[in-house]
Structures are given as C-alpha cells and as structure tokens.
Design a protein. Structure first.
Length: 187
C-alpha cells in the first residue's frame, strides 16, 4: 500500500511506521460528517488534534507522546464496529498501538481516551450522576500516574470543531477534587 497524502507532517520514525500500516490507513479514511465530527474522515480529525498539540504543547516534554496518541486514538472506529458491535474503538486502537509503542501511559490513554466523555454523556442521556462520577473516579484511579498525559490529550481532542469542552472541565474538576482528597489523607 502506498502512503496516503497526509494533511499534516510526520516527525519521527515511529510516526512514519504507524501511518505506513495498511490497517491505520484504512481506518483514517473512514467517516462522514456527523455530530461531534463535522470534518468527516478520521484523518481530518487527527489533523485538528495535532494542530491543538502544536498550539498548546509545542515545546512540552509530552509532545511526542501526544502526537502518537493523536495519530492512533480514533483510527479504529470502523474496525471496532466490524469486529464486535459496541466494542471499544479505544481497545482496538491500543491493540494496534502495541505493534509500535511500548510506553504504558501512552497505551492507557489510547485505550481509555473516550471514557471520561462517556461517563459525562451518560448524565445527559438520563443516567445517574452519581454513577457517572463513580465511573470517572474509577478512570482517575486506573490512570494514576498517567492522568496528566490523559488530561493533556483530552483537552486537545475536545477543542476541535464540532465539540465543546464542557465534559473536559467536568472531568478535570473531578481529578482536582480527587487530588485534594489524596493530599488530605497524606497529612
């Protein structure tokens, strides 16, 4: 398979390996304009997220990790639907990422990148707020030392055309409250 024309530049050998993979190429061509993704194809969403990474984390030490997450995070939505309906595209993306990446924090963020949003969305769909908060706190516990990377990526993924950052702020507030309560226990 030949390399797709990309609307963004690649920076590392790992990025080149990822985008040369036929599975990735097939995945990023999927999508039509829809709520939350007016850009259509996943490839264009990745472009938007990478622009946010550059704008907000241009010289940040986690920039390379954020770019890796951005390249892979939504690239397997269609494959998840084909394999098992309702299967997490984040899990399929993580399985793909494991071919190229080893860092646990990056893999965790790829796999769980939509979980905070899903918890928040459950409230707006008539779910119990206490259950949503419990889901979010379980995610915070799971991410542990990776929470800052998760929040950085979540911000970049939330601030794109067609989305709002309301759910990001809700989750960040919960992470701050969890951090404060941990601090209270250690004093």
């Amino acid at each position: 398979m030949t390399l797709l024309p990309l609307p963004f530049a690649l920076e590392t050998a790992v990025e080149h390996q990822i985008v040369a993979d036929p599975e990735w190429q097939r995945g990023v061509l999927w999508g039509t304009p829809r709520p939350g993704h007016p850009e259509g194809q996943v490839l264009h969403h990745i472009q938007d997220v990478l622009q946010n990474v550059d704008a907000v984390f241009g010289n940040h030490p986690q920039r390379e990790q954020l770019r890796q997450i951005a390249l892979i995070h939504d690239s397997f939505k269609q494959q998840a639907r084909e394999r098992v309906p309702k299967q997490s595209h984040g899990l399929v993306a993580r399985e793909f990422a494991e071919k190229y990446l080893e860092e646990t924090a990056v893999l965790l963020v790829i796999e769980h990148h939509d979980d905070a949003y899903k918890a928040y969305r459950s409230i707006s769909q008539g779910g119990n707020e206490a259950d949503a908060i419990q889901q979010a706190k379980a995610l915070i516990d799971l991410l542990a030392q990776s929470i800052d990377l998760f929040l950085a990526f979540y911000w970049c993924d939330s601030c794109v055309p067609g989305k709002t950052a309301v759910h990001y702020h809700w989750f960040k507030q919960l992470t701050q409250a969890a951090s404060c309560s941990e601090g209270d226990q250690t004093t």
